[in-house]
Design a protein around this ligand. Structure first.
Ligand SMILES: Nc1ncnc2c1ncn2[C@@H]1O[C@H](COP(=O)(O)OP(=O)(O)O)[C@@H](O)[C@H]1O
Ligand SMILES: [Mg+2]
Length: 356
């Protein structure tokens, strides 16, 4: 038994916490250097657990595990105070291009209309609600919908040194080609032009300090997506798809493209997975069941979660009132919170695998 009879020492606390594993990262908290600021005052101890993301879905479990480990290993402890904090680590490659932006996460899809923009927006809001610093870039220059989804229609200001200031809404920093285009005339873009605009959105926009920059990519696997994924230092990509086979097959194609480009795949998000009848509560799998899960198992990538086909998600989008911000306690918002947490955790796992 540690420290029995004598004084509790810092090494007793560390030895106890060495038995607590981060369930995602499969290493103990001491090895992961997450334990900070241990203070011992007689039989009372306090310490900080510094997680890799404020959106960590296992925060409560890790805290409870720490408490139990201390009680089991140092029974004479009377009071345990744990402060849970987080520091998002930075993806190495970003330092060259964007010093203040720690991670760039692309949200991609095989085809349009699967809800990529809706998912990008709600995930960005979910991460911000946990305290992360988040930017959202609309790179879907064929159909920029972020301005409508968040009801932001101003033009960004330009500083003296020619940097665009991102617009802000609900704590998100925003940039969209939609802010810069006038009227509804269609723009004909070729692949390299798309990549050019997006690179400009990285270089010439004053993003400041961000934990996560979420990029809503144009749908598909054409020239534009290819050039773009090579031109910007992506920390990872998540693929959004609806569950039916045809859509999933196209999503898998997109996934293969990113794999080929060596962009870490953070997982598959299935949208419009089921419909829950508001009157009876019955669940209908309109587009079939389990497509996303099957595809992710087959490919060995994470399944980040499923989002219902839901009126409030649709109307929230159309009215510029996304459900995560306007109805945060709703079942729908909680689904997005969960997926955002899984996405952030998947990125932490990816980064950890590079670090160790
Ligand atoms: N889970 C959902 N439930 C209901 N409607 C949805 C859902 N996800 C997206 N939509 C709606 O589907 C349409 C397409 O979504 P959008 O996010 O613009 O797709 P994409 O960016 O892939 O083209 C929009 O009208 C949006 O409100
Ligand atoms: Mg879109």
């Amino acid at each position: 038994m540690f420290g029995l009879g004598g004084k509790i020492k810092e090494s007793d606390v560390l030895d106890a916490l060495r038995t607590v594993e981060d369930p995602d990262l499969h290493k103990d908290l001491v090895t992961l250097k997450m334990i900070k600021d241990i203070k011992i005052n007689g039989k009372n101890i306090s310490f900080t657990v510094d997680l890799t993301t404020p959106a960590c879905p296992l925060k409560e479990k890790i805290e409870a595990d720490c408490r139990k480990a201390i009680k089991d290993h140092i029974p004479e402890v009377e009071e345990i105070k744990i402060l849970m904090t987080s520091t998002v680590s930075a993806f190495d490659l970003n330092k060259k291009m964007l010093s203040g932006v720690k991670n760039i996460i692309a949200i991609a899809s095989g085809k349009g209309g699967v809800g990529k923009s809706t998912v990008s927006t709600n995930i960005a809001l979910a991460l911000a609600s946990k305290g992360a610093k988040v930017g959202l870039m609309d790179a879907d220059i064929y159909g920029p919908t972020i301005p409508a989804l968040l009801d932001v229609h101003e033009q960004p200001m330009v500083t003296d040194d020619k940097k665009m200031i991102p617009l802000e809404k609900h704590g998100l920093k925003l940039m969209s080609i939609g802010f810069l285009l006038k009227g509804d005339e269609p723009v004909i873009w070729r692949g390299p032009m798309v990549a050019g605009v997006v690179q400009q959105f990285l270089r010439d926009v004053d993003w400041g300090e961000l934990d996560y920059l979420i990029i809503d990519l144009p749908p598909g696997t054409g020239d534009a997506q290819l050039t773009l994924s090579q031109a910007i230092p992506l920390s990872g990509v998540a693929i959004v798809s609806t569950p039916e086979d045809v859509a999933m097959n196209i999503a898998v194609k997109a996934l293969s493209m990113f794999k080929h480009l060596k962009v870490p795949i953070l997982g598959i998000i299935e949208n419009m997975s089921y419909f829950k009848a508001p009157d009876t509560g019955n669940i209908y799998h309109i587009f079939g069941q389990g497509g996303g899960k099957r595809a992710s198992e087959k490919l060995g990538v994470k399944f980040l979660g499923e989002i219902p086909l839901d009126m409030s998600i649709r109307s929230g989008g159309d009215d510029g009132k996304p459900v995560v911000f306007y109805d945060p306690e709703s079942e729908q918002a909680k689904v997005f919170q969960q997926i955002a947490g899984n996405l952030a955790a998947s990125l932490s796992i990816e980064m950890m695998s590079m670090a160790f």
